[in-house]
Design a binder for this molecule. Structure first.
Ligand code: AMP
Length: 142
């Protein structure tokens, strides 16, 4: 199993640094985030060291998301949340700080003050089509 000796999440997987664990599967591990954005903020990570989603076999990503989906239900109930954000950052430019694949589960509450400051712009239909063609031509296994 691939491991990075300097990676904080690899150390959590190995039990070398403490974590408040929620669930484990052969490919995934879930634990409470040490710097929660909201009450109940949890992380689901790969057991093996992959830097991000783009470095991981799609089947492994699927198995880890399966745990995230089950955990989202339990988490939402446990903290009486009204919603849950599922956030997954890939790359420093996308806000990823820990370079080991992880999914954030962020329970949401009315008036919790959290907002995504991402401005939406109207799309140019011709550009959407052009971009879609570029993506589809690179999509394998579709
Ligand atoms: P990201 O910005 O997507 O890389 O998020 C990394 C997340 O890992 C942050 O929410 C941190 O609070 C969390 N984190 C970092 N170190 C630990 C740790 N030792 N135990 C639990 N969560 C951690």
């Amino acid at each position: 199993m691939a491991r990075d000796p300097d990676c904080v999440f690899c150390k959590i997987v190995a039990g070398e640094i403490p974590s408040v664990r929620l669930a484990e599967t052969p490919l995934a591990l879930a634990f409470m985030d040490i710097g929660p954005i909201s009450r109940g903020h949890a992380l689901v990570i790969s057991r093996e060291h992959y830097e991000d989603l783009t470095a991981m076999p799609p089947q492994t990503a699927g198995a880890i998301h399966e745990l995230a989906a089950r955990l989202a239900v339990a988490l939402k109930e446990a903290v009486a949340a009204e919603g849950v954000n599922v956030l997954q950052n890939n790359g420093r430019v996308a806000g990823q700080v820990v370079p080991h694949f992880h999914i954030h589960l962020i329970p949401r509450f009315a008036n919790d003050g959290l907002r995504w400051p991402w401005p939406a712009k109207p799309a140019d239909p011709a550009e959407l089509k052009r971009l879609a063609d570029q993506v589809v031509s690179r999509l394998s296994g579709a």
